[in-house]
Design a protein around this ligand. Structure first.
Ligand SMILES: Cc1cc2nc3c(=O)[nH]c(=O)nc-3n(C[C@H](O)[C@H](O)[C@H](O)COP(=O)(O)OP(=O)(O)OC[C@H]3O[C@@H](n4cnc5c(N)ncnc54)[C@H](O)[C@@H]3O)c2cc1C
Length: 455
């Protein structure tokens, strides 16, 4: 999973000095997305809306991850492979050692144990989330987005004419959606995402391959895609329930990627969030080691920054769903739902609002959340309308009407943490001359646009 990357990942690859090695792998270029959603069809072209990077990649994850692993080794990281962390040891609340099991070469396949002591822990254990699920016990599942995904790999799957070469295609179906992700070797990943209740009901009478084949037929776009293709792999099944931990960082530790939080993969946000949070953690630790910041400051900044990015996407995805289904009024309802399914709605909303709007003392968080979601709804609708008619889009571009939307979407997807105006808790990430945190001189809001001001 995690095969379709966002352009924001390219910026982090650049920071890692890994762009070249990734480019050499010859992954499929991804120019954008094709949406076939509740009767409407449109293309999203990264070149039209996004910031610095106009495309990304479709990657077989094992290959992509392996390239990054080798790259980190070449940069001097000590890597242990085939190792499983069984237990963490603590001094008070602070994790200080990992007890690991690995297959020892000398002892054949028998497991051997080793202990790794550390100053700081970045828990990147994905959805198994060692720190969060075993020690902090602070993972909360969202009531919305409780889906099950079934997917497999095809050869000979058709690319519909409307879908640009290399683009991901997403199609809505009753109670779910489907994905099409093409790779450079001619294989295609086709996935089915349905609500858990529907999955459980179907499972009573159907096998997994039957459910998969039947659900693919629920979209005319996917009927075309699979018409002449052949499924060449085993099917894989995963729950993809969205969740977040109550706390993302503490004494000596940071939860990165899925170990902290997970979001419905409709907009392919997971790998970006994993890379983004790892970069934040690395910058924080670099500054800690140099004594530039305190641990309390770094943990607070990390939590707010990563949670803010996660919640921005969550609102964005909710808004996206709602634009297509219940219309504008649905946004206000959704805002209320979001506030209900979190453990501490006041704090989460505050974290979200601080990061997105830059406002600190908000008299009515609910009102502002609804306002922001309304703004997203308006902009998404405006962009969809523009895209429906190419001549209108051309005219809008000539008059620079698309620029403010580009800025808006960039602030959702882009790496705002890299500049002072994207500062959180008074800090932002500095990459030159060395990675670390910089303190702001003056605090400025993330969105300076007047229409996002408090109503
Ligand atoms: C159905 C579905 C489709 C998705 N599609 C996309 C997509 O198209 N694009 C996208 O960007 N995201 C997508 N995602 C999300 C994406 O897969 C994840 O967000 C992303 O992989 C998170 O990266 P990570 O490094 O945090 O975790 P992972 O990629 O899960 O990596 C965690 C690693 O930790 C290892 N590990 C776990 N426990 C231990 C332990 N105790 N000791 C040692 N190692 C351990 C695991 O083996 C694994 O290698 C999708 C998710 C789902 C469910």
């Amino acid at each position: 999973m995690g095969e379709s990357l966002l352009p924001a990942c390219m910026e982090i690859l650049d920071l890692l000095d890994a762009s070249e090695v990734v480019a050499e792998a010859g992954f499929q270029r991804k120019p954008g997305a094709y949406m076939d959603w509740k009767g409407e069809q449109w293309s999203l072209d990264f070149g039209e809306l996004s910031g610095n990077f106009c495309s990304s990649y479709q990657v077989p994850r094992a290959e992509f991850d392996h390239i990054l692993l080798k790259h980190s080794q070449n940069q001097g990281a000590l890597v242990h492979q085939g190792v499983s962390v069984r237990e963490l040891l603590f001094e008070g609340d602070r994790p200080v050692s990992a007890v690991c099991a690995f297959a020892s070469a000398e002892a054949g396949t028998a497991e051997a144990e080793m202990r790794i002591d550390f100053d700081y822990l970045i828990d990147a254990s994905g959805r198994s989330g060692l720190m969060s699920t075993r020690y902090l016990k602070n993972r909360r599942f969202h009531q919305s987005f409780q889906n099950v995904a079934i997917w497999g790999y095809w050869s000979g799957a058709m690319r519909p004419e409307a879908v640009s070469e290399g683009a991901i295609a997403v199609s809505s179906i009753p109670q779910g959606w489907l994905w099409y992700i093409p790779f450079s070797d001619g294989r295609t990943s086709l996935g089915v995402v349905i609500h858990k209740d529907r999955f459980q009901a179907l499972r009573k009478t159907k096998s997994m391959p039957e459910i998969y084949a039947d659900v693919l037929q629920e979209s005319s776009l996917f009927q075309e895609i699979v018409a002449r293709g052949e499924l060449t792999s085993e099917l894989r099944v995963e729950q993809d329930y969205s969740y977040q931990a109550d706390r993302f960082a503490g004494p000596g530790y940071f939860l990165a990627g899925d170990s902290a939080c997970f979001l419905d993969p409709l907009l392919s946000t997971g790998v970006h969030l994993a890379m983004y949070s790892s970069m934040l953690a690395a910058a924080g630790i670099a500054s800690l080691i140099r004594g530039e910041v305190t641990e309390t400051e770094t943990a607070g900044w990390y939590d707010e920054s990563y949670r803010g990015a996660f919640l921005r996407f969550m609102v964005f995805i909710s808004a996206f769903y709602e634009t297509q289904s219940r219309g504008k009024l649905g946004f206000y309802k959704q805002a209320e739902e979001i506030s209900l399914f979190d453990a501490d709605p006041t704090n989460l909303r505050r974290a979200f609002l601080n990061t997105v709007s830059g406002m600190e003392d908000i008299a009515s968080a609910e009102q502002t959340t609804a306002h922001l979601m309304g703004e997203m709804s308006r902009r998404i609708r405006e962009n969809l309308d523009l895209r429906a008619d190419k001549s209108v889009l051309r005219e809008a571009r000539e008059k620079d009407l698309t620029k403010s939307s580009a800025k808006f979407f960039d602030s959702i997807e882009g790496l705002s943490c890299l500049s002072e105006c994207g500062a959180v808790e008074g800090f932002y990430v500095r990459v030159r001359p060395r990675l670390g945190l910089a303190r702001t001189v003056s605090r400025q809001p993330v969105f300076a646009e007047p229409q996002l001001a408090m109503a």
